[in-house]
Every structure is written in structure tokens, then in C-alpha cells.
Design a protein around this ligand. Structure first.
Ligand SMILES: C[S@@+](CC[C@H](N)C(=O)[O-])C[C@H]1O[C@@H](n2cnc3c(N)ncnc32)[C@H](O)[C@@H]1O
Length: 261
């Protein structure tokens, strides 16, 4: 992190609350986690897209392309993109003839980068941007055809609440899609993947963005995220039906989906 956001480094629990959630490999209280995650994305926002390309060697673009195709964009379908960040999913949805998109994120800096980029490309109509916490959506029930979340869920404190909210705001017959890092299924690649995540990523973060701590958090948060089966179970618990997943790049990432019936 840069010097300013280092001020947001984890503090000892205040008010006697016990650490009860993860921030990367560290245990923090639920109240502490959100400002910490916000500080990470405030710090990485200006270089987020470049760093994504470096961190994934460009593969995130392929994963996102597959993901958006799975959403089945169509002009008569409305998309809610949760943790929209710099807007890759929202913009690809519109490029593929999707209907109106509501791009939401808890971090105004990330949304602003995405909005400016879309506007710079002449993509204005059909976009609405709202700063919103995916755990408490300011939306009525049953208003969306599709809800998407790409690389956002692992940053949320109460993941079960996010999944319940996604289910709530979907119309009956609507579908939720989640693209997230997941559990590598190819044992021989594990050592390489470990070194990449914990040595190369923080170093690249330091060299390109002057911020190794944020990129260390991103690597740690991937390891702490539930595996494919566990996430599928959490989605079922939230009320989503016919939950399934498909692995990408041997399980480095996975696309989960489930219906609101
Ligand atoms: C890794 S970025 C993903 C951005 C974009 N979806 C993409 O695929 O490039 C994660 C995003 O999650 C957002 N985020 C974290 N916690 C959130 C929450 N509780 N509600 C909504 N967004 C959240 C962050 O601000 C950040 O923009």
C-alpha cells in the first residue's frame, strides 16, 4: 500500500470485539474488515487494470469473456453487476447487446475509473452507477434478470448475506453468476502457483503500483476463499437452485451459477 493507505493497517480489536473474520491471512473483527478492503481498492484503483493483466498474464480477460458469454446478454434483460469495480463485466455485457446494466461497488474510486473508461469509449447509454454494499443492496426484491459478481465475493465480509441479497433482487427465473478464484485442481502446478502468488505478485505490486501489501492481501484472500464445492453449498443455503460450477484454467478460477425459482 502507499503511505496514505498504510494508515489503515489492521489495528488491535477495539471495544473488546474478538477477531471473527479474515483479512487475507490475518484475523480481524467484522467492523475492521470493510475499511481495510476499501483501503486496498482505493490504493489499487488507478493501476487495477494494468495490474490485473500483469498478475494473470492477461488470462483474466479470457475468463471474463467466457463469464460474460455465460450471462447470455440480451437487449430485454437487465443486469446487476455487483462489485463492478472498473467495469469489465458491465461494459462487455453492453458490447454483447445486453440490456440496461446497474454497476454497483462499495468503492467509489473503482466505479469512477470504470465510468470514466466507459465514457471515454462512448459507452454512456444503458449504464447506471451506484455505490452500494453487496451485503445490503438498496434495491427492491425481484427486479433483476441477471446478477453477476466477478472477483468481488472474496472481498466481502458476510458472503452469505451477499448471496441472500443476490437471490432476493433476482426475478423468479433469474440467475446469479459468480466468477472467483477457486481451488487449483492440478497438483503439479501447485508449487509454481504458490510462488507466483506470494513472491511474484507482491513484487509486481511494489514495482508497478508502489504497493506490495495490497497485492499480498489479494493473494492471501484467494487462499482463504471457499473451494468450489463449499461455495456451491453456500449458494444453495442462500436459496439458489440448480447450482453448478465450471472450472477455468484447471480451477484457478471458477464460474458458479444458480437460479432463483
Ligand atoms: C478485485 S475487484 C473486481 C472488480 C471487477 N468486478 C473485475 O472483475 O475486474 C473487487 C471489487 O470488490 C469491491 N468490493 C469489496 N467489498 C465489497 C462489498 N461489500 N460490496 C460491493 N463491492 C465490494 C471492491 O471495491 C472492488 O472494486
Amino acid at each position: 500500500m502507499n503511505n496514505q493507505s498504510q494508515a489503515a493497517a489492521p489495528q488491535p480489536p477495539t471495544g473488546g470485539a474478538a477477531p471473527d473474520t479474515d483479512f487475507g491471512f490475518r484475523r480481524v473483527t467484522q467492523a475492521e474488515k470493510k475499511p481495510l478492503v476499501r483501503a486496498v481498492f482505493d490504493s489499487v484503483a488507478p493501476r487495477y487494470d494494468l495490474m490485473n493483466d500483469i498478475m494473470s498474464l492477461g488470462v483474466h480477460r479470457v475468463w471474463k469473456r467466457i463469464f460474460v458469454t455465460r450471462l447470455r446478454p440480451a437487449p430485454n434483460r437487465a443486469l446487476l453487476d455487483l462489485a463492478s469495480g472498473t467495469g469489465d463485466i458491465a461494459q462487455a455485457w453492453r458490447r454483447l447487446d445486453g440490456g440496461p446494466v446497474l454497476a454497483t461497488d462499495i468503492n467509489a474510486a473503482m466505479l469512477a475509473v470504470g465510468r470514466d473508461r466507459a465514457t471515454g469509449r462512448g459507452m454512456v447509454a444503458g449504464f447506471t452507477y451506484v455505490v452500494a454494499d453487496a451485503e445490503m443492496l438498496p434495491l427492491p426484491s425481484g427486479c433483476m434478470d441477471v446478477v453477476s459478481m466477478a472477483f468481488g465475493l472474496r472481498n466481502c465480509t458476510d458472503k452469505a448475506a451477499v448471496l441472500r441479497e443476490a437471490h432476493r433482487v433476482l426475478k423468479p427465473g433469474g440467475r446469479f453468476f459468480c466468477l472467483e478464484f477457486s481451488r487449483l485442481q492440478i497438483a503439479v502446478l501447485e508449487k509454481f502457483y504458490e510462488r507466483w502468488s506470494f513472491n511474484v505478485l507482491p513484487l509486481a505490486g511494489r514495482l508497478v503500483a508502489g504497493d506490495s501489501e495490497s497485492y499480498r492481501y489479494l493473494a492471501e484472500s484467494i487462499r482463504m476463499f471457499p473451494d468450489q464445492e463449499t461455495l456451491a453449498g453456500m449458494m444453495q443455503d442462500a436459496g439458489l437452485a440448480q447450482v453448478r460450477f465450471e472450472n477455468l484454467s484447471g480451477g484457478i478460477a471458477a464460474i458458479h451459477s444458480g437460479w432463483r425459482l
